[in-house]
Design a protein around this ligand. Structure first.
Ligand code: ADP
Length: 502
């Protein structure tokens, strides 16, 4: 083989391996030259495309994902690489977009969460302030109405009108208390007491509370309590009364006149020492439509728009009832037939109280004679800034035959105590100049031991766990929520003075 042919064969073998093309059939020097020229152009073009690819990749690394690698007509391995790379970048872009999107969504969610937390806080604060603002004047209305109702010289008409004021005030108080209860439960502030109580007594108390409505509506009311229900149980009797109150109130309210209400109490089972007390309240009233039955335990839900107008109520009772039952680890369900009546059944696990139960039995001693006070009359110092409440407390204390000095704020209370001797202080918590907490702290750091240890009762419109904790931690002995019941205040003062003397 001539040298020329050998060179041409070599060029064609390279060309054949790499480019699969041959442009001449001959084997002259011109042919060799053309083949070599063709080959060098091909190599040059590949080099240029490789440079473009390298540039493109480094641009991608620098963040430019918006251009694609060009695909030539060669359909060679560089094109295969370019197509693969373009697909890879498209996928990468999709992942990045969704990751960015996720980050944005996450950020938005965190902002929304914070925003809704702020809204909940604002709502709670608003509700609790509003309740406080309503309870304070209500204290005046109910307190004076109660005092006026005791006035025997009232004619029947005036007494009837006063009764109406009292009923309206009591209803308003129930609503405010329900709202406060819901807030307390939702923010986990509600604490249940664990004290011995008699469920039979509670049941009869509830019956007596509704006796007027029962008589007026001629309701056939039947109470049956199984003999297996222990005489004494441990639990929060106030909250259990509240549950019974709401269920019985609805059974009467949504009943026809001459309808029937059955209140049945039994023991469903005994497990791990707990009596699962089952309370059912059955009525022959208007019943609940099946499409509404699942919603009646939600707050502010009434079966129809005119329920409130026709029967009264706010749609809060069952929401509070269910939440309290849940906190007690109990359950409640309802069965109802429209036009025929409803049956609410709740089961609450409660321990039986026995002499070796580890809870303390409250000892209530109403014997006032054992108290010995400074000069015969109990001397009460009252710190209260609201004029109406001042007047009310003064009237109530006068009826108890107590001696009463009233000051407008905590600072004046401390000054009065330093100057004079008192047996007990009734302290409002929210007052201008010096509030009840600050005044108590100042009193508890006085040098005179008797004055320093004087019993203090906080009179406050809002009794929440933080308020109770704050009261206890600074040395307030007892607290009473406003509006207060005159007799309860009397009992509390007497008990506190008795403990103080023993
Ligand atoms: P309220 O009684 O203040 O309206 P509740 O939360 O106690 O609020 O009850 C919510 C709603 O459930 C009532 O408005 C009423 O529509 C319905 N409901 C509750 N108890 C009964 C009942 N015993 N019979 C008929 N409807 C009832």
């Amino acid at each position: 083989m001539s040298k020329l042919k050998e060179i041409l064969a070599l060029v064609r073998s390279i060309n054949g391996d790499e480019f699969h093309e041959q442009i001449t059939d001959g084997d002259s020097l011109d042919d060799v030259y053309r083949e070599l020229l063709f080959l060098s152009k091909k190599i040059e073009s590949k080099k240029n495309r490789t440079d473009v690819i390298i540039d493109h990749i480094s641009n991608c690394f620098a963040g430019d994902f918006f251009h694609q690698l060009p695909i030539s007509e060669e359909q060679d391995e560089l094109d295969v690489f370019c197509m693969g790379f373009n697909t890879y970048i498209e996928e990468l872009k999709a992942v990045m977009v969704s990751r960015n999107l996720l980050e944005i969504i996450n950020k938005k969610l965190v902002e929304e969460k914070e925003h809704s937390k702020q809204l909940v806080r604002a709502k709670d604060e608003f509700m609790s302030n509003m309740s406080h603002e309503i309870r304070t004047p209500l204290n005046g209305i109910l307190g004076f109405t109660n005092l006026l109702l005791k006035n025997t010289s009232l004619d029947t008409e005036a007494k009837k009108q006063l009764d109406s004021i009292k009923i309206s005030g009591d209803i308003l108080l129930v609503i405010i208390n329900d709202i406060l209860d819901l807030l307390k439960i939702e923010s986990g502030q509600i604490k249940l007491s664990e004290k011995p109580f008699d469920l039979r007594q509670v049941t009869h108390f509830i019956y007596n509370t509704f006796s007027i409505q029962i008589t007026e509506k001629e309701i056939d009311f039947d109470i049956s309590i199984d003999k297996n229900v222990p005489k004494s149980l441990i639990g929060d009797s106030i909250r259990i009364s509240q549950i019974l109150f709401n269920l019985v109130s609805n059974a009467i309210k949504f009943n026809h006149s001459k309808g029937k209400v059955g209140l049945k109490i039994g023991v469903d089972k005994i497990e791990n020492g707990y009596h699962f007390i089952q309370i059912s309240v059955k009525d022959t009233g208007i019943g609940i439509p099946s499409d509404k039955i699942n919603f009646i335990f939600n707050p502010f839900i009434q079966v129809s728009n005119d329920t409130g107008r026709k029967y009264g109520g706010t749609g809060l009772g069952l929401a509070v009832t269910k939440k309290i039952i849940n906190i007690m680890n109990g359950e409640i369900y309802v069965k109802s037939k429209l036009g025929l009546g409803s049956k609410f059944t709740t089961t609450i696990p409660l321990l039986e109280y026995t002499s070796d139960s580890s809870v303390s039995q409250p000892v209530i001693n109403n014997d006032q004679s054992v108290i010995s006070v400074s000069d015969g009359k109990i001397k009460v110092l009252v710190a209260e800034d609201n004029r109406i409440n001042q007047l009310l407390v003064r009237t109530v204390l006068k009826r108890f035959n107590f001696d009463c000095t009233i000051v407008d704020n905590g600072k004046l209370a401390v000054e009065a105590l330093i100057k004079e001797s008192f047996d007990i202080i009734l302290m409002d918590l929210m007052m201008p100049e010096m509030n009840g907490y600050e005044a108590t702290l100042a009193i508890r750091s006085l040098e005179d031991v008797t004055k320093k240890n004087i019993p203090i009762i906080a009179l406050t419109a809002v009794v929440t766990s933080p308020v109770i904790e704050a009261c206890t931690s600074i040395g307030i002995d007892k607290y009473m929520s406003k509006p207060f019941e005159a007799n309860e205040l009397h009992k509390m003062i007497i008990e506190l003075l008795q403990t103080d003397k023993t």
